[in-house]
Design a protein around this ligand. Sequence first.
Ligand code: CO
Length: 222
Amino acid sequence: MRTLEEIFVRNRRWADGIRRQQPGFFERLARRQKPQYLWIGCSDSRVPATMLCGLEPGEVFVHRNVANLVVHTDFNCLSVIQYAVEVLGVKHIIVCGHYGCGGVQAALDDPGLGLIDNWLRHIQDVVNQHRDMLARISDRKERLDVLCELNVLAQVLSVARTTVVKNAWDSGRELSVHGWIYGLEDGRLVDMDLCLTGPDEISPAQERSTAGIFARRKMMDP
Ligand code: CO
C-alpha cells in the first residue's frame, strides 16, 4: 500500500472534468492567485472550507488547525494572516468554527488526550472566562454549541488584535474580520453577526456578541 491509487484515479477524473468544463482554468490559476478571502477554520474533515462555501480553487486562502484557534505566539497562523493581508491583499478574514467541534468538546471535558491538551488550554481560558454562565446551561449539547460560538468570538478578537490587522487598519486599509459558524448537521453556514472593520469596534463587539450568544439560549433559573 505505498500508493493510494483510488485518490489518484479520483484526482484525474476531477482535473479532467474541470478542463472539459472550463478550458484554461488551471493555466490561469497557475499564473497567479488572487483570493478575496482568508479562511481560518477547524481541521475537522467535515469542514472543507472551499467546498462548503461553494468556491473554487483560487478563491479562498486557507488556514486550519484543531478548533480554529488564533494564538498570538503561533507563527504558523500569524504568517498565514500576514501573507494573506499584506501580500495577497485579502479584504476579508473569516474565522469559522463549527458546532459539535471535538476540540472544543475536549476542552470542556478535559479527558486527557496528551500533547493536544496544551493547545486546547486556550479554549479552557474561554471556559474560565464564562464559567458561571456556562454552568447555567443544563443541556450538554447546548453548552458545547455555546462554547463553540464563544470560541469563534475569542478568535475573531484575537485576529483583530494581531499586529498585522492593527497595522492594516492604522494605515487605512479596508479589512474586515468575520465570525461564522458551520452546522455539521445541515451543512449551513451561519453569520454570527460579528464583523470588525476597525479597532474601535473590538470592545463593543466583544460585549454585544457575548451577551447575544447567551441571550439566544434558554438559561436555567439562577
Ligand atoms: Co472542530
